[in-house]
Design a protein around this ligand. Structure first.
Ligand code: GCV
Length: 704
């Protein structure tokens, strides 16, 4: 008994010593480092820093370094006017290898021991300073640094699907952080912290408005608001972009047409661009969703996507602006497999775009599913820069309540081999421009940010924002490295916390795939809001909005035949890439039902039949969440009560949701196949009719 009381007391003391946290500080917490020897030596060495020159960017750098160092090292840090007596020297270099954003960090031991951060530009220095703070925060020894780093991708961008009334489409973390009503007069502290966070991971662009665009953003009053944000973000190297509503010349300019070949339309956009660049000389350009899901576009005038993109590209070209033209299109009329439509539309346009246009392609052919094969457009447009679009906000991944670390998903796509120019033609090489020698390169993430106190709703969702920036900088970083960095900065350097959180994060995406869409199932989520299972769904007006369209389960089997005997979507890949999936007996089982309709009885690699394998995988998913719950519980004494409890509660929701997914899907597939759930697996707690009767009229995503 005494022993138990002692353990409880010790646990209580450990918990009490962990400071309260609300998650607002993200990974830039700068709390005092633990007193380990490696870190202690940095602590003893650093008391002063020197910055050569003056500029708004250097001013924010200086502030960040003061705050960061004094916090981490828990002592006073001073700025010295003399480089010779400084412990850290920040100065310009003239080093071609560093480009316009790269930096070097070197521990110099000739003469006084100094850490020297150099770059060709102020923003390069800022990135270097943030990297140095990251090294300190993650417990990296600083006594022997010799780092050179520059981004592999030029445009590293967040896409906000934020409306002007602050509703965030597919947003689960409150309303938009951009308060258009109080702009331009009021610069919320959040804007600055947002810019800091982005700069700290190298994100250098932000599209402020939803791709389902509102032309009102282009009115003079709103452009002044955009200017205020651009001015606030500029010192952090963060450029602003807007979405362009294709019909704006009609809605805002009173023209009778938005035909991209019409002289008045061109003039309208040219003047609009001029007006914007007069206010914001470094305005990034436009992102456009056209002729997709009801948005206006050039096809309304029998023009092509290239005609539309080029018209806008010409308008921003004099100011070095770019156009990001989305390939997320699928036609109302075409009965063609939705998988194939973006490729069919865009591949023939290769070579027709202006030099300042990038075609923005979602990572997979359908729509941000828990697992998708890479989009066949990657590698298929050699003459066009292709920009990657990932989704950080978890529209199909449990939204704001499920823990799903997305770096493994991003990596799976980036590392996939398109074989476009032979073996090793990875998607990463397509988007970093090296495969086809394109200087214009980009990667975008649909933001998961809102005005929730911790920015992203789920405390672990911040990691997806972090991962996008780190991978955009260097696609070769591993999911493990990124997770470890993020955990150390966000939670703790404690080795147990790092090990346990890392395992949870690394397993989380596969766990989610297992309880939602194992073996290549896809798009079987609830209508509209996309939360929860709806494999029986067939009520929506378009076939390809309905789950039954995607899984095609019948008495004989399940899956979408996309081979030559089916929709033949596989033909859009190079033969070598398609080889991975073409033959149902050798197809990577993770993708099986994406490409094949398979008999329920088909033996799988495990020796189980497909039906049993499905039961096994759904149960694995549930087990995975249970494991995460146990892992998290083991960290209680190391984590502040607020965030501990928040994650614990969310994991409970995730567990219940995983059970619901498993039971609803297996009940339905059992009904369709006529096969019973094998002995040894848990039975669904409710009838299929019960699962079918569930309604979620107020789930986020419904109604807007
Ligand atoms: C912004 C999916 C989402 C939509 C989104 C669209 C897109 O269909 O459900 O909310 O619209 O993708 O990416 O344009």
């Amino acid at each position: 008994m005494k022993a138990i009381i002692l353990i409880l007391l010790l646990a209580a003391t450990a918990t009490a010593s962990v400071k309260a946290e609300d998650g607002y500080r993200l990974w830039l917490r700068y709390d005092p480092l633990p007193q380990t020897s490696a870190l202690l030596s940095s602590r003893q060495q650093i008391t002063t820093f020197f910055i050569q020159g003056q500029s708004p960017t250097l001013a924010v750098l200086s502030r960040e370094l003061s705050t960061g160092l004094s916090g981490l090292l828990n002592k006073e840090i001073t700025i010295t006017p003399a480089a010779a007596t400084a412990d850290i020297v920040i100065s310009k270099s003239n080093n071609e290898r560093l480009g316009t954003e790269g930096f070097s960090i070197i521990t110099s031991t000739t003469g006084r021991r100094q850490i020297r951060i150099s770059a060709n530009t102020d923003v390069g220095l800022l990135y270097g300073a943030f990297h140095f703070l990251r090294l300190l925060q993650t417990g990296h020894p600083t006594s022997n640094l010799n780092i050179t780093s520059k981004p592999g991708i030029r445009h590293r961008i967040l896409n906000h699907w934020d409306n002007l009334d602050r509703y965030v489409e597919r947003g689960y973390a409150g309303i938009s952080i951009f308060n258009w009503h109080t702009l331009p007069g009021y610069i919320d502290k959040r804007y600055i912290d947002y810019a800091r966070a982005n700069a700290s991971v190298g994100i250098n662009g932000t599209v402020l408005t939803n791709v389902n665009a509102n032309a009102y953003i282009l009115t003079p009053d709103y452009l002044l608001k955009v200017k205020a944000l651009a001015d606030a973000f500029r010192p952090y190297g963060l450029k602003v972009y807007l979405t362009a509503r294709f019909s704006a010349p009609m809605e805002m300019g009173g023209l009778k047409t938005a035909d991209p070949l019409d002289a008045d339309v061109k003039a309208w956009w040219n003047n609009k661009a001029k007006e914007i660049y007069q206010l914001i000389p470094d305005f990034g350009g436009f992102l456009v969703k056209a002729n997709s899901e009801g948005q206006p576009g050039p096809q309304d005038y029998q023009r092509t996507h290239a005609d539309g993109a080029n018209m806008l590209a010409d308008a921003v070209a004099p100011y070095n602006g770019i156009i990001m033209w989305r390939a997320f299109v699928y036609s109302h009329e075409t009965p063609e497999d939705r998988f194939k439509q973006a490729y069919n539309e865009f591949k023939p346009l290769d070579g027709q775009f202006r030099k300042n246009v990038m075609v923005q392609v979602k990572n997979g052919p359908i729509d941000f599913q828990p697992r998708e094969p890479f989009s066949p457009l990657f590698g298929a447009m050699p003459q066009t820069p292709v920009l990657m679009e990932f989704q950080l906000t978890q529209e199909y991944l449990g939204q704001g309540t499920h823990l799903a670390y997305e770096a493994p998903l991003f990596k799976e796509v980036l590392d996939a081999d398109t074989y476009a120019k032979g073996k090793g033609s990875t998607v990463a090489k397509v988007i970093n421009g090296s495969l086809y020698d394109h200087p214009l390169t980009g990667i975008a993430g649909v933001a998961n940010i809102g005005n929730d106190i911790n920015w992203c709703s789920h405390p672990f969702a911040q990691a997806n924002w972090y991962a996008l920036g780190r991978l955009a900088w260097n696609t070769a970083l591993s999911s493990e490295t990124i997770a470890e960095e993020w955990i150390k900065q966000t939670w703790s350097n404690n080795s147990k916390v790092v090990a346990v959180c890392k395992q949870m994060m690394l397993d989380s995406r596969e766990t989610l795939v297992n309880y939602m869409t194992p073996l290549g199932l896809h798009h079987i989520m609830g209508n509209g809001h996309h939360y929860g299972p709806l494999p029986w769904g067939k009520s929506l007006p378009r076939a390809d909005w309905n789950p039954v369209y995607y899984h095609r389960a019948d008495k004989a089997g399940i899956g979408f035949n996309r081979t030559a005997t089916g929709s033949n979507a596989l033909a859009q890949y190079t033969p070598e890439a398609a080889l991975l999936w073409r033959d149902s007996t050798t197809c990577d089982e993770k993708f099986l039902l994406w490409f094949h309709h398979i008999s329920w009885q088909r033996p799988m690699h495990s020796g189980r039949s497909l039906w049993e394998e499905l039961c096994y995988k759904y149960n694995e998913g549930v087990r995975g969440v249970k494991t995460m719950q146990q892992q998290w519980s083991s960290l209680q004494q190391y984590i502040d009560t607020e965030r501990f409890s928040q994650v614990q509660q969310l994991l409970t929701i995730q567990y219940n949701d995983a059970v619901w997914w498993r039971d609803a899907c297996l009940s339905y597939f059992s009904d369709i196949s006529g096969l019973a759930i094998p002995a040894g697996y848990e039975r669904p707690a409710q009838t299929l009719d019960h699962y079918k009767s569930l309604q979620f009229p107020y789930a986020p995503g419904n109604g807007k």
